[in-house]
Ligand binder design. Structure first.
Ligand code: NAD
Length: 437
């Protein structure tokens, strides 16, 4: 199949490279000339494990190429994917669909012959209808089937997720799209990937319902963690105790500083807005959004309490900035609000992250950056784990103890057992792991 992928960010680039790896001919397109320039020169503009080798091997094999101009690849394509951003619209929290609609107009002008146009971006219910309307308005001759095919990959594990998905959801209104969509995913089909065909609107809603459910699950265990601290229970044991029940499942039951990243915050908000527009509010998710918003500053208060209740002039060593490990994505990372709240309280922030420091520099001010956990911990009044990168999972506590100003350790990701940290002479604060009531 000939595939044009519009938008070469976290989703477009990974999807494009994986499709090429399945043997399809893929052209990845992006408006950002510097991204395309980097890709043409064998440089990957984002950090995603394994992506550099995957891109290189498929470029070398002649199946994957990059361009800023969509006209030629769209004209030649059997299937055109839209994988552009859908951030929160400033002011009202609805999804900003301007990039999707912009891409639809450009596609309409370039299209030749019957073409399947697939929205892979996360878009509210009804967007497929509007994409189809725009294409027909822009080019009444265009012969298209507009499909919804939301993406469920996770940054940091994106290639594995794309190649071995739990399910592939495809929403169609025009039966002609069924066969090409099956063909696009056929190499996965051999691995028995379940392809779920639905209506287009159902498919669009599945993506939001999935993300909202996961965000709610995280928020649930976070509130249980808070209760654990008050009643003298351990949230990790509670999570295990409930997670072993197959009806609940053990995933997404890790208490922490609140969910962040480029999807959950904007997608939960967009679902809330859609539901309100249809006078069918989803109060569970409205509450989830509000609890999660408040949680990040609450985490800063936890740190302030750990340094004795007053952070003014205290140096806090922050380990990890990205919203999760193995990505450089800083969008809506909890670290942003936690650091801001600590700075508001007068703290001095030194931070280290293996991949996130460059993007963080554009989003945070007044932070100094180090070269390792030990570099930033030197002379610190507290060491705080905000993101559980592997490199923070086996810290040398005697070394840490010898360089900090005060042995205070705050573990917002519950990486360490309390006893291990205390054994090395540190005061320990975790999430939902009280010693006694
Ligand atoms: P991103 O910001 O990394 O990439 C989007 C890219 O699209 C940018 O490089 C931008 O320059 C480009 N673009 C915008 N308009 C364009 C146009 N008209 N022509 C060509 N290129 C254009 O975004 P992302 O993280 O890849 O997310 C894309 C979509 O996928 C979003 O809707 C998101 O919600 C969804 N999604 C993301 C993830 C994830 O983990 N990042 C997972 C599942 C779904």
């Amino acid at each position: 199949m000939r595939i044009a992928m519009i938008g070469s960010g976290y989703v477009g680039l990974v999807s494009g490279a994986c499709f090429a790896d399945f043997g399809h001919d893929v052209v990845c397109i992006d408006k950002a000339a510097e991204k395309i320039e980097a890709l043409k020169n064998n440089r990957i503009p984002i950090f995603e494990p394994g992506l550099d080798a995957l891109v290189k091997s498929n470029v070398d094999a002649g199946r994957l190429s990059f361009t800023t101009d969509l006209a030629e690849p769209v004209a030649a394509a059997d299937v055109v994917f839209i994988a552009v951003g859908t951030p929160s619209r400033r002011g009202d929290g609805h999804a900003d669909l301007s990039y999707v609609y912009g891409a639809a107009r450009e596609i309409a002008r370039a299209i030749k012959g019957f073409t399947v146009v697939v929205t892979k971006s996360t878009v509210p219910v009804g967007t497929g209808d509007e994409v189809e309307r725009i294409i027909r308005e822009e080019n009444p001759e265009a012969d298209v089937a507009v499909v919804s095919n939301p993406e469920f990959l996770r940054e940091g594990a994106a290639i594995g997720d794309f190649k071995r998905p739990d399910r592939i959801v495809v929403g169609i209104e025009d039966e002609r799209a069924r066969e090409p969509m099956t063909e696009v995913y056929r190499p996965l089909y051999l691995n028995q990937a379940p392809l779920l065909f639905t209506s287009r609107r159902t498919s669009e809603l599945i993506k939001y319902a999935a993300n909202a459910f996961l965000a709610m699950k995280i928020t649930f265990i976070n509130e249980i963690a808070d209760l654990c601290e008050h009643v003298g229970a351990d949230v990790q044991q509670v999570a295990r105790g409930i997670g072993l029940d197959n009806r609940i499942g053990s995933k997404f039951l890790h208490a922490g500083p609140g969910y962040g990243g480029s999807c959950f915050p904007k997608d939960t908000l967009a679902l809330v807005k859609t539901a309100q527009d249809y006078a069918s509010p989803i109060r569970l998710i409205e509450t989830t959004v509000s609890i999660n918003d408040q949680r990040k500053r609450a985490m800063a208060r936890k740190v302030i309490q750990a340094v004795g209740g007053d952070a003014r002039g205290k140096t806090i060593a922050v380990l990890g900035l990205t919203f999760k490990p193995n990505t450089d994505d800083m969008r809506d990372a909890p670290s942003l609000s936690i650091i801001q709240a600590l700075q508001d309280a007068g703290a001095v922030i030194r931070a280290y992250d293996p991949e996130g420091m460059e993007p963080a520099k554009a989003m945070l001010s007044g932070v100094s950056y180090g070269t390792s956990a030990y570099d930033v911990a030197e002379g610190a009044d507290a060491v705080v784990i905000v993101t559980e990168w592997d490199v923070f999972r086996a810290l040398d506590f005697p070394r840490l103890k010898s360089i900090v100003k005060a042995p205070v350790f705050v573990d917002l990701r519950n990486v360490y057992p309390r006893e291990e940290v205390e054994r090395h002479g540190f005061a320990f604060t975790g999430v939902g792991r009280a010693t006694k009531p």
